[in-house]
Design a protein around this ligand. Structure first.
Ligand code: SF4
Length: 322
């Protein structure tokens, strides 16, 4: 038999692969990417486990779900229940093509109070459309059996009954399986980061269907509210370069002339007053003298012009940061 595991690259998903493999099944793994999470950790884990990994970009479906998840958000902008259901559905759709009898995850009953309690695990499975095909090997003895277990094609006795937030048993299993290199449990999803979530909410307020590149911009620089627009100000050379790389011709790029300073990026058209304010903000973060006029160059749609401004008061900018 063949099974398809969802591999995030975290310890639990690695253990799940190993548990299923030790039952004598052939295991394939899949990992998903979107603007909010990637496959780098999964690729490292797959290499360590020696399992073949498919990577699939789910951006389009993810962005369709994210503004209105049926089961809402967690602490930040993380729609964990809808997210897991979406990924499981995508994995389930692959089963016939890959000849897999079931899919499995590293989820542990009760490990996360909201998204991994008994009811959530049930909702996620049901919402995915593959309820009877999703095995959680680490907690399978505590959960209703799925089809392959009821058909006695799987030795349930060799699955586990791990539950709760204590990770002691997972550590012991890791040792037993010789898994020595794994990331800490937190991290990996930008939607759980408070700062990123704040910027994302602001983005949806100003644009209900933003293009994909704008999600990448949320990771960069300082974000300053400017009417309906948001000015992004690079904090170092790497961010300045990234902003220039991600800009499209209709964006406005702002730079102070004659002094070291940040690159500013505006992705929506601005009234002349607001463009002057943006220029004053860019001047404030540059080496230009605080109380003298500075010249800021604006490049947009292949044309460029200059604005002469006095750097804005730092207190005022602080109040505008997103
Ligand atoms: S933390 Fe992020 S990737 Fe993980 S289930 Fe929640 S939304 Fe999805």
């Amino acid at each position: 038999m063949r099974a398809l595991g969802l591999l995030s690259g975290g310890l639990d998903s690695m253990l799940a692969v190993e548990v299923v493999r030790r039952l004598g099944l052939e295991v394939l793994a899949v990992s998903f990417s979107s603007p909010f999470f990637g496959t780098a950790r999964a690729q490292e884990a797959a290499a360590q486990l020696g399992v073949s990994l498919m990577t699939i970009d789910v951006t389009e479906k993810y962005l369709a779900m994210l503004p209105r998840p049926k089961y809402g958000y967690g602490k930040n902008m993380n729609p964990c229940i809808d997210c897991k259901a979406l990924l499981l559905r995508r994995a389930g759709d692959l089963m016939p093509k890959l000849g897999a009898e079931f899919i499995f995850t590293g989820e542990v009953l009760g490990q996360r109070p909201m998204s991994q309690n008994r009811q959530s695990l049930h909702i996620v499975a049901k919402l995915s459309g593959y309820e009877d095909y999703i095995l959680r090997p680490l907690s399978a003895k505590l959960l209703p059996p799925i089809l392959v277990q009821r058909e006695q094609k799987l030795d349930t006795a060799r699955l586990y009954d791990i539950s709760g937030r204590d990770r002691q048993r997972q550590m012991q299993l890791a040792q037993e399986f010789g898994i020595t290199n794994y990331p800490s449990p937190a991290g990996g999803c930008k939607l759980t980061e408070p700062g990123y979530a704040r910027r994302l909410r602001r983005l949806y307020e100003t644009d209900p269907a933003p293009p994909v590149r704008l999600f990448k911009l949320l990771e960069l620089g300082r974000h300053v509210r400017l009417g309906d627009a948001t000015l992004i100000v690079g904090r170092n050379k790497a961010e300045n370069d990234a902003l220039e790389r991600l800009a499209v011709p209709s964006d406005a790029i702002l730079r102070v002339s004659g002094y070291v300073g940040p690159t500013g990026l505006l992705t929506v058209p601005c009234a002349p007053d607001e463009m002057r304010r943006a220029a004053a903000i860019i001047a404030r973060y540059s080496d230009a003298p605080r109380h003298d006029e500075a010249t800021v160059q604006v490049v947009q749609d292949g044309a460029s012009y200059e604005l002469t401004v006095v750097p804005i008061d730092p207190e005022t900018v602080r109040g505008l940061l997103v």
